[in-house]
Design a protein around this ligand. Structure first.
Ligand SMILES: C[S@@+](CC[C@H](N)C(=O)[O-])C[C@H]1O[C@@H](n2cnc3c(N)ncnc32)[C@H](O)[C@@H]1O
Length: 268
């Protein structure tokens, strides 16, 4: 059963009167770091897109497989944009199973995600930056990033289920390009992005559910999502696929109401 926090409790700086994408996602993954307002929003999203529960779980599983694979290619540093609330199989846990010395910087603009991650982390190889990815220069200049990430060496940029929260007006491609421009050869991009087959009806309901959270999620076309990978070479299977089909196609039919596309690519 999905459950969460009782209303009335919240650490400083956290607004429990409006839904937060991080807490909605936590609820969908079966976490407890969410409030009534998030659960109500998640229920509306579930009504519009019944596949969201499965897709969220598969997105998270893909993230773990992709991080493990990239670490196995020798990558020892990770920047995770829109990292979310800590849950099972966080990037640093997977990376540390392969390289105990791997360095990870988590970035999220959600106060609760940043606070919880900081509270859990007692590791000088891992840091949390509470920042908005729409400000890449500030993130790249952040003390934690300059201390932990050596841009002369390959790093993995993780941007899973986050860029659909960035509107076209904020130019998500330029935002991502600011990070990929820093990639040394051998760096990797691990990305997933929502792609709604029939945007009209579902988008309206989803946007209504997210109302007040300061975000306006929008699925993008495969071509637009593929453009995030410009200048990089897709790893097998060679293009965007559903998260469940990476790296090996499962043959399972695509969800009807919501598609998330996933890809992993390498800087040549
Ligand atoms: C659906 S969760 C995805 C979490 C994780 N990346 C994953 O795939 O499991 C989206 C996360 O992106 C964060 N986010 C949304 N817009 C953001 C922004 N402009 N800057 C930083 N983080 C953002 C939210 O706070 C939330 O934690």
């Amino acid at each position: 059963m999905l459950s969460g926090m009782a209303d009335g409790w919240a650490p400083g700086g956290i607004d429990t009167s409006v839904p937060s994408p991080a807490r909605i996602y936590d609820y969908l993954l079966g976490g407890k770091d969410n409030f009534a307002v998030d659960r109500a929003a998640a229920d509306k999203i579930l009504e519009a897109l019944p596949d969201v529960l499965t897709v969220a779980t598969e997105n998270r599983a893909f993230l773990g497989r992709a991080v493990r694979h990239v670490a196995e290619q020798g990558v020892r540093q990770f920047i995770d944009l829109g990292a979310g609330l800590p849950t099972n199989g966080n990037v640093h846990q997977v990376a540390h199973e392969v390289h105990p010395d791997a360095r990870v910087v988590y970035v999220d603009n959600d106060a609760m995600a940043a606070a919880h991650a900081r509270a859990l982390l007692r590791d000088d190889k891992v840091a949390v930056v509470h920042a908005d990815i729409r400000e890449p220069s500030a993130i790249l200049a952040d003390e934690a990033v300059t201390r932990l990430i050596d841009f002369d060496e390959p790093f993995a940029l993780v941007a899973t289920a986050v860029l659909h929260f960035i509107s076209d007006a904020d130019d998500p491609h330029a935002i991502l390009a600011a990070f990929t421009a820093k990639m040394a050869p051998g760096s990797h991009l691990i990305l997933t992005h929502g792609s709604v087959p029939d945007p009209s009806h579902e988008d309206e309901l989803v946007n209504d559910a997210y109302k007040g959270s300061g975000t306006d999620p929008s699925g993008r076309t495969p071509a637009s999502i593929r453009a995030f990978f410009n200048g990089l070479d897709f790893l097998a299977p060679g293009d965007l696929v559903q998260p469940r089909d990476w790296p090996t196609p499962t043959g399972a039919p695509a969800p009807k109401t919501l598609t998330v596309l996933a890809g992993v690519a390498r800087k040549p």
